[in-house]
Design a protein around this ligand. Structure first.
Ligand SMILES: Cc1cc2nc3c(=O)[nH]c(=O)nc-3n(C[C@H](O)[C@H](O)[C@H](O)COP(=O)(O)O)c2cc1C
Length: 275
């Protein structure tokens, strides 16, 4: 009798526990369904393509198309060596690619920097008079500007430079030692200041928005990945180490490269250094 009573008690407790678990799952689900939509979810939803959206977009006001090439009139220009076509195979580069965050104090050569910039956004062809580049771009609109924070490159003073794609040259934006500032802006990730060069991938959103509307924002983020992967593979082929970085204080990096953070803003960083 005593055993039977004990088993009975145990069954009742287990049943009660099950009911409690069931109720808490139900409550959690209800809470999840009833919660406010996050900004990320809204962004994804509102930049999703639907036929209704595509047609509606045709009638929506869009920004004016910005000039295709950003220029720094009067800036001192540094010519870069012509890119070369050699190196290891794509398959080898893919196999060897790894994110590397520790670099030696050996400088990167100007030829290596030239090759990395070419991989990022170099001109490789023409279509209807328009320059096409190494990384794909939605509608060939090329929203990215490439800045390089030079720390340890042979025969190139420290500073921030803008890559002029048409003449494969660098334009000096500001000279000085920005290792500390880029490291701080990158949440103290030391590789950003230790690198021979840190790439800043900055996007002018209206380049794509004027054609694709809000969907264009997604294209911009997709393109950042293409450019960064090109830098990764080129770095491997040159025997250099590199890592991309998405964790940084946007406003601080925008201030460093002198962009407003709205019409043009940093999207991605990529550090490259000698091994
Ligand atoms: C969108 C994105 C953001 C990233 N941000 C950082 C970063 O801020 N700092 C960092 O050290 N690595 C960053 N990484 C690199 C990843 O940590 C790395 O790719 C991952 O650990 C896999 O290692 P692997 O690249 O060597 O294959 C990022 C990678 C991606 C794709």
């Amino acid at each position: 009798m005593d055993i039977l009573r004990r088993i009975g008690k145990f069954t009742v407790i287990t049943a009660l526990l099950n009911v409690l678990i069931f109720i808490s799952i139900l409550l959690a689900r209800q809470k999840e369904e009833g919660r406010e939509v996050s900004i990320g979810e809204r962004f994804h939803k509102e930049t999703s393509l639907t036929w209704r959206g595509v047609i509606g977009d045709m009638f929506r006001a869009k920004p004016k198309q910005p000039p295709q090439y950003k220029v720094y009139p009067g800036a001192s220009k540094i010519e870069l060596p012509k890119p070369k076509y050699g190196g290891i195979t794509v398959e080898e580069a893919l196999k060897k690619r790894r994110s590397i965050r520790n670099y030696s104090t050996k400088p990167i050569s100007k030829a290596q920097l030239s090759q990395l910039l070419f991989a990022a956004q170099g001109v490789t062809g023409k279509m209807y008079g328009k320059a096409l580049r190494t990384a794909p771009s939605a509608g060939a609109l090329y929203p990215f500007e490439i800045y390089v924070i030079i720390n340890n490159v042979q025969d190139l003073p420290r500073g921030i430079y803008h890559y002029s794609v048409l003449d494969h040259a660098l334009e000096l934006v500001k000279s000085g030692d920005f290792r500390g500032q880029i490291t701080n802006a990158g949440l103290d990730q030391e590789m950003l200041g230790d690198a021979g060069v840190t790439f800043v991938l900055s996007a002018i959103f209206d380049c794509v928005r004027h054609k694709y509307g809000e969907r264009g924002f997604r294209y911009v983020y997709m393109e950042a990945g293409h450019i960064s992967q090109n830098i990764y593979l080129q770095a491997v082929s040159l025997g250099l180490g590199s890592v991309c970085a998405g964790a940084f204080l946007d406003e601080r990096v925008n201030q460093l490269i002198d962009v407003d953070g709205q019409k043009e803003a940093v999207v991605y960083l990529h550090a490259v250094g000698a091994l």
